[in-house]
Ligand binder design. Structure first.
Ligand code: APR
Length: 247
């Protein structure tokens, strides 16, 4: 393990353009459940009943109450050492750094990262179905207030997150693909690599011969594209790598 940590740190030191992709695994240590794996959310809840537009159309109150419940958990969570390590990397690489996250928990923002592409939206943003406005709204609603009304036009709103079967924001996806195709080092942290189009980003990086590093507690759907796979907890190994980079 030590050798791998040193070698990845050396690679990062030599890199000119770093792109990072994160998934739910990076927030596990902050107390936010992942989606898959033994205690994943999708073992308890059905994505088709809670994370699709069809489910929302059928029962907006149920879907909103689930996101409201998740807002409550996430709001009390704090960024962990892995989030702060990635913030340190942005400070080192400055404009040559892009963070792409599948997470909607805002923990990278709270850790200080600025250049973030939130592929799947943000649980603390609300989107109006009538006037299309998107605004930050971290309120935890009482049941009777659900679904919340748009603060601008009073229309029906939805959480500003990407549901299964929906397209991602085109500009955000294009920027993520560009950052994957123009980096010389691609660091993939805590994703099962099974949900598209995010799962294709490490392949895009590998195809342009970027050096791809994966940090995960087990092999994943992106491991085949990785030049180096570190099987470890992100919150344990990322800070050690960044300490060596800063040496
Ligand atoms: N450190 C590193 N990796 C970890 C840790 C940890 N401490 N704990 C768990 N992991 C890994 C798991 O091994 C798994 O590979 O994190 C990954 C989490 O996978 P998922 O739960 O599938 O989360 P993610 O890959 O982000 O899912 C992608 O699927 O349901 C949708 O929209 C949702 O954004 C999500 C997308």
């Amino acid at each position: 393990m030590e050798e791998k940590i040193k070698s990845v740190a050396e690679r990062i030191k030599k890199s000119n353009k770093l792109t990072v992709l994160t998934g739910a695994g990076i927030s596990k240590a902050s107390g936010i459940p992942t989606f898959r794996g033994k205690d994943g959310l999708w073992n308890k809840y059905s994505p088709s009943e809670l994370a699709t537009y069809q489910a929302f159309s059928k029962n907006p109150k149920l879907v909103w109450s689930w996101y409201n419940y998740r807002r409550k958990i996430i709001k009390s969570a704090k960024p962990n050492a892995a989030h702060y390590a990635i913030y340190e990397l942005e400070k080192i690489f400055k404009d040559n750094f892009t963070l792409i996250t599948q997470n909607i928990d805002s923990l990278h923002r709270r850790a200080g990262n600025k250049n973030i592409l939130e592929l799947h939206g943000n649980i603390f943003q609300t989107k109006c179905l009538i006037c299309d406005k998107v605004y930050f709204d971290d309120k935890i609603y009482e049941e009777e207030e659900l679904p919340p009304r748009c603060r601008f036009c009073g229309g029906k709103t939805r959480p500003n997150v990407v549901w299964f079967g929906e397209n991602l924001d085109r500009n955000i996806l294009d920027a993520a693909m560009a950052a994957s195709a123009q980096c010389d080092l691609f660091l993939c942290v805590g994703t099962s690599g099974v949900v598209q189009p995010a799962a294709s980003l490490p392949k895009i990086a590998a195809d342009i011969r970027a050096y791809v590093v994966e940090i995960n507690v087990e092999y994943s759907g992106v491991s085949i594209y990785a030049d180096e796979v570190i099987i470890a907890k992100a919150e344990e190994v990322l800070p050690r790598i960044v300490d060596l980079v800063k040496d």
